[in-house]
Design a protein around this ligand. Structure first.
Ligand code: SF4
Length: 221
């Protein structure tokens, strides 16, 4: 990651970030991961399935999978063609099935079937990028995590908190700006706000709770 943030971190910027988080947390009191899971392994599989797919669709597919495959070794031995059929509706099913099986085999072989709880180890595992690793930490283990998905990227950029387009650099910018104990809440609020108000094509600035604090607001006269 870069050695310095793409924006100048000033006291005013920190105050604006803090106020925005306050307002968005009030607007979305239930902000959090929308994938259904009961274990960190289930969360990890659901997150892999959610790439280029809606959480709603993933939540339709996972209940029967989670009933059948309960441990890493269960996932590791399911034949590729069987898993492909079962997850087909989530898209990119060949790659996803390959990644899930490879990841499960590695967890089974080297980690006693458990999902590791540190970023450096997670990102070395098959199918796990920084976004997924941070989500596992934040949601699965209750640790601080900055989860840069498409909503996070768009909303944080519009709010003027990063000038980067590379997700790793955006993660670095926001990790520098946002206090560590707020990383996860910030991530959830960015996703909720991106899905419900600050959409890609038509941001609803007229009813946005942080419009007066946003440099990209188009509702201003
Ligand atoms: S004011 Fe508009 S662009 Fe800014 S965060 Fe709100 S919806 Fe997005």
């Amino acid at each position: 990651m870069g050695s310095s943030p793409s924006i100048r971190i000033t006291k005013q910027l920190r105050q604006r970030q803090s106020r925005i988080l306050e307002l968005l947390s009030a607007e979305y009191p239930d902000a959090g991961c929308e994938l259904d899971f009961t274990t960190v392994l289930e969360l990890t599989v659901a997150t892999i399935l959610s790439a280029q797919c809606t959480d709603k669709r993933v939540n339709m597919v996972t209940p029967s999978l989670f009933r059948k495959y309960r441990s890493a070794s269960d996932w590791a031995v399911v034949p590729q063609d069987v898993l492909e059929k079962e997850i087909r509706s989530t898209g990119f099913f060949r790659n996803k099935a390959r990644n899930i099986r490879a990841l499960a085999a590695r967890l089974d072989k080297d980690f006693g079937g458990q999902v590791p709880d540190d970023l450096d180890t997670l990102v070395k595992l098959p199918g796990i990028g920084r976004k997924t690793a941070n989500l596992i930490l934040a949601v699965g283990y209750g640790r601080p995590g900055i989860v840069v998905d498409t909503h996070f990227k768009r909303v944080s950029t519009r709010l003027g908190f990063t000038n980067h387009s590379n997700p790793d650099r955006i993660e670095f910018d926001l990790k520098t700006l946002v206090p560590e104990e707020e990383w996860s809440q910030w991530s959830h609020c960015m996703v909720f706000h991106g899905r419900r108000c600050c959409s890609a094509r038509k941001p609803d600035c007229g009813r946005c709770p942080v419009a007066t604090l946003c440099p990209s607001c188009v509702a201003k006269s």
